[in-house]
Structure formats: structure tokens, C-alpha cells
Design a protein around this ligand. Structure first.
Ligand SMILES: [Zn+2]
Length: 401
């Protein structure tokens, strides 16, 4: 049965990064290490290249393998880690000696993820042609507007504001990038992004209990450090977007915001990003503070994909939408908004996991899902979604072009 909908507004993606990565060598479909090495050897010798989609388990590469390669950043498929060929280490030594020395340490990578993402974006380079191609690929998924949660810098800002989607791509960035932007860009910036924990893929999200292999997860700040970091951002007068996946990180973010609130330090808007393991008590505190929850219904699939690292209780606690809406009173589109984080973009995948979730508490109706995304601005043609209840599949019928 087909359902018509207006193109959606994706509230969490990485425009300047993902668009720049297009055209970079992608190893995600590479069959074996020998094939990957052949492709990487063909990259230019005279400049730094970025290679993405590398899965260390599927494509194991030794130091000796890397030694013979042109200068390249070999970026993990999750973007949370990388290797450098010796030529790349040499090129980055002057500008980023700390990265060269410490990039093999996963804890360091997680604490410096903002720096890594910016390095990736800049190495790959954003051009008007890449951005236009990326926008067209988004349009084909039924997306009509998108927020960039981490602008990679001045150069990307100039390309984005010249694009036909300039007024459909609000962007946020981390404080270190914000500080270096020209005044005009600072004025346009939607808000500042702060990370409080890592990711499930890298086992660095800060959950109340360790991952099944004993990995504890990683809080990026002390309680006091986070409170001070947020207080220092207050004078900018900008909104905040706080990345917090695990309940330990969510609790820390709420504690810091409550503390600042008591001191009268309030922000124009505070969004908590991801929140996959928010508890009911935490949800009530978030609502009392007037926070907006920015979540990704497609990450409901983590409850299936991460059975290797999360126990059954944690898998069931991921993306507790029914608790948030039915018990705590969050309203999709008002204080509960949805995005994709680009994994993948578009309504179909999010709808598949919302309508046919592994756990009942994760269920969203199509109406709730569409309200949480909200329609993209402008008068865009409607799209159709085909929902197959028997096969538990959702497919987009036709795109914007
Ligand atoms: Zn993100």
C-alpha cells in the first residue's frame, strides 16, 4: 500500500564531510587485501589521498603492506580510526605531529574525533561538483533538506553557501573550528557541537555497564570538565548540540546542564544527539530542562547488528521511542526530532526499522516518523513509500528527480 509524503528534513548528517568523501577510493566492497593494496598503489605519490571504507577485520593490512603505499589516510569504515602510510606521516609531521604520534591509540582518536573528521574533510576536499552530486543522491532518497552537525571549516562553508541548497543546509560545528571562521560564517552557524562519549562501533559509547568483552566505554570529559566546557561556550549565544549515546554520557550531560541552569546560564536551544540508551528518569530530566532530543530511528538496527557487544537488556533498551512519547510526553517534530547520520540517508531505511522493530519499545508509526523528520522547506513534489507488511520491507517509489 503506497503512502505519499513530502521530502523530509534530515536533522543529523555530515554534509561537508560526506560530500567531500565522494570520489575517494572506497574499500568497502573490496574482496581481499591484495585487491585493496593494488587500488591504493595507484593513488598519486605527490599528494595526500584519503581512502575510506576500510574494515580492519575484513581487510587486515600489516605495517609492511602500508610501507609501500603512496601518502594516504586509511580511514576505518566507522570514521572513528585510521592508519597512515609512511609518506602520509611525513607530510603531516609538521602540521599535526600529535596525530602522527598517537593515531594508533583508540582512546586518543575518540577524544580527538572532531580533529579527525576535520582532517578527513579537508584531505578529501569539498568542491561544488561533489556537493551537487551529493545533494542529488540525497534527493533520490526523498530528502529535501539536511543539517550538517560538523562543518569542516571555512573552505567547506564557502562551497555550501554557494550551492542551490544553501538555505536547506543549516550547519553546526565544534568550537575549535567555529573560533577560526570569519565573522559572517559565525553569524550563520546554527550552533556548537560538543561530544561527550564515543560510538557503539568502536565500543567507546559510555553505557552504564561495560560492553560484553569488558570494554568500559569512554567518557570524554570529567563532570567538572564538561560543565566548564559548556559554560565557556555560553558567551557565544549559540545553540548547543551535545553528542551522548550511552546513559552514562547522557547523565553527565544532564548534570552539567542542570548545574548551569541553576546558575542562570541558559542556551537558546540545547539538542542532545543520538541518546540511544536514555533512561526514563533521564528523559524526565531532559524534558524539565526543555531539551530537544535528536535521534536516529535507523540506529534501531543496532539492536540486531551489535548482538556481539551488547547484552540482551541493552539491545532492548536502544532507541526507547515508546517510553519517550507515551510515558514522558515527548512529541515528534516538537522536542523529539529525527535524522539519519547518513547511515543511510532517506526515509525508507528509517521507516523499515520504525515499523518493523526488533523490540516493541522502538516502534514508531509512520505519522510519528514523518513528524519527527518534518517536511523540507519549499514546494517539493511528494514521494511515495511502498510498505510490504509481509516481507517487512519499505521502499521509496520515485525520487525528486
Ligand atoms: Zn553524526
Amino acid at each position: 500500500m503506497p503512502h505519499r509524503f513530502a521530502p523530509i528534513f534530515d536533522h543529523h548528517s555530515h554534509v561537508s564531510l560526506y560530500a567531500a568523501l565522494q570520489g575517494c577510493l572506497d574499500l568497502s566492497t573490496c574482496a581481499n587485501p591484495a585487491a585493496a593494496l593494488r587500488l591504493m598503489r595507484a593513488l598519486p605519490e605527490d599528494r595526500l589521498s584519503l581512502v575510506r571504507g576500510w574494515h580492519s577485520g575484513r581487510l587486515p593490512l600489516s605495517e609492511a603492506d602500508l610501507a609501500g603505499l603512496p601518502p594516504l589516510l586509511l580511514v576505518n569504515f566507522s570514521l572513528h580510526g585510521l592508519r597512515l602510510s609512511p609518506g602520509a606521516a611525513e607530510m603531516l609531521q609538521d602540521t599535526d605531529s600529535e596525530l602522527v604520534a598517537r593515531h594508533a591509540d583508540p582512546g586518543w582518536c575518540e577524544r580527538n574525533l572532531d580533529r579527525l573528521l576535520v582532517l578527513y574533510g579537508r584531505t578529501a576536499g569539498l568542491t561544488p561538483a561533489k556537493l551537487e552530486a551529493w545533494i542529488q543522491s540525497l534527493e533520490a532518497t526523498g530528502t529535501g533538506a539536511v543539517e550538517d552537525l560538523l562543518l569542516t571549516g571555512d573552505a567547506a562553508w564557502r562551497v555550501m553557501r554557494a550551492s542551490r541548497w544553501a538555505d536547506r543546509m543549516p550547519w553546526w560545528t565544534v568550537p575549535v573550528i567555529f573560533e577560526a571562521l570569519p565573522a559572517e560564517a559565525k553569524a550563520e552557524c546554527a550552533g556548537l557541537k560538543v561530544f561527550t562519549d564515543g560510538a557503539l562501533g568502536a565500543r567507546t559509547a559510555a553505557l552504564a555497564e561495560p560492553f560484553l568483552d569488558g570494554t568500559p566505554g569512554l567518557l570524554l570529559h570529567t563532570d567538572e570538565g564538561l560543565r566548564q566546557a559548556l559554560a565557556a561556550l555560553h558567551p557565544h549565544g549559540k545553540a548547543l548540540a551535545i553528542h551522548a549515546i550511552g546513559d552514562r554520557a547522557i547523565g553527565q550531560a544532564l548534570g552539567a546542564l542542570e548545574d548551569l541552569d541553576r546558575q542562570g546560564l541558559r542556551f537558546p536551544l540545547v539538542r542532545l544527539e543520538h541518546l540511544q540508551f536514555i533512561t526514563e528518569a533521564q528523559a524526565r530530566r531532559a524534558r524539565d530542562l526543555g531539551l530537544v532530543l535528536s535521534m536516529q530511528p535507523n540506529f534501531t538496527s543496532d539492536s540486531v547488528d551489535y548482538g556481539d557487544r551488547l547484552g540482551p537488556d541493552m539491545l532492548a533498551r536502544n532507541n526507547p521511542f515508546r517510553m519517550l512519547i507515551d510515558r514522558v510526553g515527548f512529541r515528534p517534530g516538537r522536542d523529539l526530532i529525527f535524522g539519519s547520520d547518513g547511515m543511510p540517508h532517506g526515509l525508507a531505511y528509517a521507516a523499515r526499522w520504525s515499523l518493523f522493530p526488533p523490540h516493541e519499545g522502538q516502534r514508531l508509526s509512520l505519522t510519528e516518523l514523518l513528524a519527527g523528520y518534518g517536511p523540507a522547506p519549499g514546494d517539493l513534489p511528494a514521494l511515495e513509500l511502498a510498505i510490504d507488511e509481509t516481507a517487512r520491507e519499505v521502499r521509496l517509489v520515485g525520487g525528486l528527480r
